[in-house]
Design a binder for this molecule. Structure first.
Ligand code: HAM
Length: 420
């Protein structure tokens, strides 16, 4: 006998826990829907070039973690490792930016794939809800996105998260900083791999977790000191708007994100109960990405929040979401005639919008009542031959145990009245 297992680094979402995932997605989406963001869905795979150019040839995501493959027809594709490049590609392809209505504000929800070393909070298949505001350079837009993510987390009851904020400069000031940092890093004792990184992506070296590296980084030039006046003023405005909105943040001059497209505002939401995979969400401005993938100049900003890690954060804070029972009414037929009559009632209740389930498979009373209780239903409808002979169905309150006979054709109305 062979047993199938989910592939390494993946897991299945099963009831009842899967309900929390849906609720988290919904809680993140709600503030976006409420703020002018329209829903977008793009394919689960794209031409590999899009991510190579968009996310960046020097990133771990592209060099090590991408599920890239050649199709039978010879196309080079990759499962999407993130959403931003795809969403921008789709917006450009549909000319959404030409409608004279910028920024184009979009939100999305879906599965993403990275060939990472799996551990708690880090999977090869994971789920994000994201938002992108394309085609406007306005600090209020950066602030809006951070405020909406904060609102989403708070609506779930989360408290132990922090917002880290930084500015990565723009195409004027960052190259100057980059050169200064490279010069500093070249003077350090570093291994082969890290030395190579100095040439390709020196800012990532600042992010190295090893103590031997961190020790040497004391005194490294900081981007903060190299920001041009425009970037400084822009960042100051984002900070002021967040403060005015009562959203607390921490300046983190070392915050470097794992994707190459960022400019100016970058931020991360970290949760203190998650151990090493503490980033529950992140994002920032990407003013150059459109041009990197062949589009016009379209300064943009966005974020993506990890659904898997948000669920872990809820667990870490001991929060159970208040998810209404899936079933309100459970029908238990005893015998053939009752099966026919109650099935009709169930259909009618469902059409009236009442969440109703039915004891299938000719279960005995005891088993059927167990299922009724397990379903979380408030009411059970029980009917046997004798009840039907009297033209009634027993409506049983599953909390109090109290049972009342109700005329068959009045059941739907009575149930709706009782459920309020
Ligand atoms: P990211 O920081 O790579 O950004 O991912 C965002 C979030 O997705 C992370 O904070 C984390 O919660 C979750 N996540 C990432 N990788 C994994 C994984 N292997 N397992 C579980 N969760 C994971 C982006 O993807 C950018 N596209 C965000 C963005 C949108 N920037 C601008 N617009």
């Amino acid at each position: 006998m062979s047993t199938f297992k989910a592939p390494k680094g993946t897991y299945d979402l099963l009831p009842p826990n899967s309900a929390s995932y849906l609720a988290v997605r919904e809680a993140i989406a709600a503030p976006l829907r409420n703020s002018g963001y329209g829903y977008i869905e793009t394919p689960g795979f794209e031409n590999v070039e899009l991510f190579a150019r968009g996310v960046g040839e020097s990133t771990d995501i592209v060099t090590k973690e991408m599920y890239a493959f050649e199709t039978k027809g010879g196309d080079r594709l990759a499962l999407r490792p993130e959403g931003t490049a795809s969403v921008l590609r789709a917006a450009l392809e549909a000319n959404l930016h030409k409608g004279g209505n910028l920024p184009v504000k979009l939100w999305y929800s879906g599965s993403y794939y990275r060939y990472e070393r799996p551990q708690k909070g880090r999977y090869r298949h994971f789920s994000q809800v994201g938002a992108e505001a394309i085609g406007a350079e306005d600090p209020a837009l950066d602030a809006e996105l951070i405020i909406l993510a904060d609102q989403a987390y708070r609506s779930l009851g989360l408290r132990d998260f922090r917002i880290l904020l930084n500015s990565l400069g723009d195409k004027t000031c960052r190259p100057v900083y980059r050169a200064a940092l490279q010069e500093f890093l070249r003077g350090l004792e570093l291994d082969e791999d890290t030395r190579r990184r100095i040439d390709i992506n020196p800012l990532r070296v600042l992010d190295d977790k090893r103590e031997s590296v961190q020790e040497q980084l004391i005194g490294a030039p900081m981007l903060r000191d190299y920001l041009c006046e425009e970037c400084k003023a822009y960042h100051e405005q984002v900070r002021e708007l967040l403060t005015a909105a009562g959203v607390a943040f921490e300046d983190d001059p070392k915050l470097v994100r794992g994707l190459d497209y960022y400019t100016r505002t970058t931020f991360e939401f970290v949760h203190d109960g998650l151990g090493s995979q503490s980033a529950v969400g992140g994002g920032g401005r990407y003013d150059g990405l459109s041009e990197m993938i062949g589009g016009p100049e379209l300064p943009s900003v966005g974020w993506a929040l990890g659904v898997d890690r948000t669920v872990l954060a809820l667990e870490a804070e001991g929060i159970t979401l208040d998810i209404p029972a899936a079933t309100a009414v459970y029908a238990v037929p005893l015998g053939e005639e009752a099966r026919r009559v109650l099935f009709g009632t169930v259909t009618e209740l469902r059409r009236a919008g009442v969440a109703t389930d039915f004891a299938y498979g000719g279960k005995g009373l005891k088993n059927a009542m167990k299922s009724a209780n397990r379903s979380g239903a408030r009411l059970a409808l029980v009917a046997g031959e004798r009840d039907l002979g009297e033209g009634v169905v027993q409506v049983k309150d599953l909390e109090s145990g109290e049972q009342t006979p109700v005329a068959v054709d009045a059941v739907v109305e009575e149930v709706r009245r009782r459920l309020g």
